[in-house]
Write a protein that binds this ligand. Sequence first.
Ligand code: SF4
Ligand code: SF4
Length: 357
Amino acid sequence: MAELPQRQTDIGPPHYEKFLPPVIKKNYGQWSYHEVLSHGHMVHTAKSGDKIWTVRVASPRLLSTTTIYEMCDVADKYCGGHLRFTTRNNVEFLVSDEKNVTPLMEDLKKRGFLLGGIGDGISNIVHTQGWVHCHSAATDASGLVKAMMDEFADYFTKTSLPARVRIAVACCVNMCGAVHCSDIALVGVHKTPPRINAETLKNQCEIPSTISSCPTTAISPDPKTKSVKIKLEKCMYCGNCYSVCPSMPIADPVNDGIAIVVGGKVSNLRSNPKFSKLAIPWIPNNPPRWPEVVAAVKTIIDTYKAGAKKHERVGEWVERIGWEKFFALTGFEFKAQHIDNFTFARETFRTTSSFKW
Ligand code: SF4
Ligand code: SF4
C-alpha cells in the first residue's frame, strides 16, 4: 500500500532544524569562535571558515503584528528570511553574506530600531504582562521597562559596563519573569491581603480549589457565610487565590508597589549561578514614569560601574565587597523586611531573597 503523506497538525512545535539558516545547518556543532564587532553586531566563524553575522535590535516585547511583519520584511530582504528572538526578546537578524551587514544595520536604524544589547552592557529588559493583561499585577511591566530603557538606552547601544547586566521585571511575586536570576530585578508586590466578597464567592468559586490554591494554608472554610476566611498572619499576599477565585481581589492602588532585588545570574562562568537578594522592599507605584524606581536602579548601576572589576557581575561584585557595604554605598536603608522571619512557608533552603540570621 502506498504510504500516506504525513498529516500536518498544530500539535507540538515543528522541528527547529527547518528554520536554521543554511550556513548554520551546514556547520552544525562545528563553530569555532565569535567576535563582538560592536554593541549591535557580532560574527561567528566555523571550523570550515564559513561565517555568519548577527545584527541585534531591541524589541518592545509586546509586539504589534505590524512590527512583526516589518521585521520579517527586513529579514526577507537581507537575511534570506532568517531571524530569531533571544531569551531576553532581542531580535537577531542572521546574515550569511557580509555585503548585507552594513545595509541591514543602516536600514534598521532608519526604521527606528535600537541596535545593541551585545557584550558587556544592558541587554533587552525582560518583563511580564503588567496592567495590559494580567489580573494579579501589582505594577505595570511595559510602562516601567519603557521608563527604564529611556534612561539606560546608552548602555544598550554604546556604553560598556564591567560585565553583562541583565534586568528583569515581574509584575507580581508569581514572577513569570526571570527575576530570581537577573542582575537587577523589579517585582510588583502586594502589601494587603485579598478582600473576600462572600456574596459572589459562593456562586463564582469552588471552595476546595480556592482553599488548596493557598501555598501557606491561610484559607479555610467559613460555613457561616458559605464562603472562606483568611488567617491574616499566614497570608503572604501572593495573589494565588485570586487566580483561582475572582471574588478575592488583591489589587490595591495605594499599597501595591515595587521591590528591587539584585545579584542573580544564570551563568556558571567564574562563579556559580545565584539567586537575587532583596535590596529595596517597597517603592510606591508612580506611573507613568516611575521616577523613584528609575532613580534607584540608576544608583545600583552607577555604584556597580564605579566599584566592580572587569567581568564581575553585579552579584559577584556585591559578594566581594559584602552586603553591608552594598547598603552603605548605595544609601539604601536596611529594613525589617530584609530579614526572613516568615515561618509559615516550608523550608527555603536559604534560597529566599531575604537575609537569614
Ligand atoms: S508576574 Fe504575576 S501579574 Fe505579572 S504576568 Fe505573571 S502572574 Fe501576572
Ligand atoms: S494571597 Fe496567597 S497567601 Fe494570601 S490567602 Fe491568597 S493564596 Fe494564601
